[in-house]
Design a protein. Structure first.
Length: 89
């Protein structure tokens, strides 16, 4: 941090709000579980959702867009979503 302040004297450092991060994470995963019961959290802000046996599987791109829209509109969380045949692809 000291080097960042040295390089950017006007740097504003914010105190992290871990309670808010946890709450936002729970809300995000709640939204994901509306699309599938098979949601696997990987970290506080990452996870896998399996749409295979859901009505959303046939329209995965639209579903991803819908999820992104909801995350921004409901939680003010921008996101990136990848679509693959499995989580290892």
């Amino acid at each position: 941090m000291w080097e960042a302040k040295r390089l950017c004297p006007g740097l504003i450092v914010r105190t992290p709000n871990f309670d808010r991060y946890r709450s936002s994470s729970q809300e995000m995963f709640t939204i994901l579980r509306e699309y599938s019961d098979l949601v696997e959290p990987v970290s506080i802000d990452e996870g896998y959702i399996d749409l295979t046996h859901t009505p959303y599987a046939e329209h995965a791109v639209k579903t991803a867009h819908d999820i992104q829209t909801r995350l921004v509109e409901e939680l003010m969380l921008p996101s990136s979503i990848g679509i693959a045949p499995n989580k290892f692809f």
